[in-house]
Design a binder for this molecule. Structure first.
Ligand SMILES: Cc1ncc(COP(=O)(O)O)c(C=O)c1O
Length: 362
């Protein structure tokens, strides 16, 4: 049995919020199958925790690699698992067959590999490049690949997919063009289609088709800007750190490496044992804060690898062992992303393995 060693930092993973977000996705796309995107350790939330909770609530999972797919199979043995980055080597076909993983076929060389596959016939997803210009085939190659795979005994079924480049921008007509080009190439071929990511689910009902592929919104974060655009999503992760030390400083004292912060007045500061080694961002501006006892505690001085310092001069009750919220409801992951000059995806994915993920349900 594991000994309870208390906690210093933790990421609470709220299963109730996860379930609510799935309900929101089902409400927005009631006729589509839901393929939950849980690559990159479920956007940092812990793939095992998320997959366990979702396995009876979604219709499939999507991960990036065979390795992720095989590790997911330890939790779920039933649902389809789609490998978004596809095959990097023909030998991976064996892993797909053994692990019942459905690779995305995005290039003609992979079609050649599949033709020589001798194992169990595979369910595959053929990827069309509708303008993202990352992975996927052009119109003629796509049709050719479809016809070859259709005639091959090595494939059991063929899904068709594409990916949006800018669906979060409702004013940009590019998404409409992507939907139309995808539908055109798929027409007449037959089979299930999928193009909608979170932004597609939220903003482009025409894109829902047979399968949607939510990632970010599953975790309670909207890809759209502004709080009003969050459709009732609930953040699944709350990152917490404990106060491990308190100090009273005089006016003119400095804080942390480089002595970049000079106190303008006497100050009471708290040290949190969390830093960029845990995935917090070294580059946040002076306006960044954490929440302690429901009040803002501004971050002061440089973020270190294992610690950061916050101003608790106005939070009299702050004491050793009290917890600070670094992101969750407030500040939101999107807010932290804004401070760090990145997006919510990167904030979540960067949370390091050093921070234990703990389940909560409320
Ligand atoms: C191919 C593919 N589909 C779906 C998604 C999910 O996107 P989002 O997290 O914006 O919903 C991703 C995420 O990167 C992806 O790469």
């Amino acid at each position: 049995m594991d000994m309870d060693i208390g906690w210093k930092n933790r990421a609470l993973i709220n299963l109730s919020a996860l379930r609510d977000n799935i309900r929101t996705i089902r409400r927005l796309a009631p006729k589509s199958g839901v393929m939950a995107v849980i690559k990159a350790n479920a956007y940092g939330h812990d793939m095992q925790i998320v997959a366990r909770e979702l396995s009876c609530r979604v219709d499939g999972f999507a991960v990036a690699s065979i390795e992720e797919g095989l590790s997911l199979r330890k939790v779920d043995n039933e649902l389809p698992v789609i490998i978004l980055s596809g095959l990097c080597d023909p030998s991976q076909l064996v892993s797909c067959a053994d692990g019942q993983l459905d690779p995305v076929i995005h290039s003609l060389h992979q079609v050649d590999w599949i033709k020589c596959h001798a194992g169990r016939p595979l369910d595959v997803w053929l990827k069309f490049n509708s303008g993202m210009n990352r992975l996927g085939m052009n119109h003629d190659d796509f049709i050719h690949a479809y016809r070859v795979l259709e005639a091959s005994p090595c494939t059991a079924s063929i899904g068709m997919m594409s990916h949006f480049a800018i669906a979060e921008d409702l004013k940009d007509d590019f998404t409409r063009r992507q939907i139309s080009e995808f539908n055109q190439v798929a027409a007449g071929l037959g089979g299930k289609r999928s193009i909608a990511n979170s932004a597609g689910i939220m903003c482009w009902p025409d894109s829902h088709l047979e399968w949607v592929r939510p990632g970010l919104m599953l975790y309670g974060i909207s890809p759209l800007e502004g709080e009003t655009a969050n459709y009732g999503l609930r953040p699944v992760m709350e990152l917490q750190a404990k106060i491990i030390s308190l100090q009273n400083l005089k006016q003119g004292d400095t804080i942390g490496y480089g002595r970049t912060y000079v106190t303008a007045r006497p100050m009471r500061i708290a040290n949190l044992g969390i830093g960029y080694g845990d995935g917090y961002f070294r580059t946040v501006p002076d306006s960044a804060y954490v929440i302690i006892h429901n009040r803002k505690a501004p971050i002061v001085g440089r973020i270190s690898m294992d610690s950061m310092t916050v101003d608790v001069s106005n939070i009299k009750q702050a004491g050793i062992g009290d917890s600070a919220v670094l992101w969750g409801e407030s500040p939101s992951v999107a807010q932290v992303a804004g401070w760090a000059g990145t997006n919510a995806y990167e904030v979540l994915c960067k949370l390091s393995a050093r921070v234990p993920r703990e389940i909560m349900d409320s």
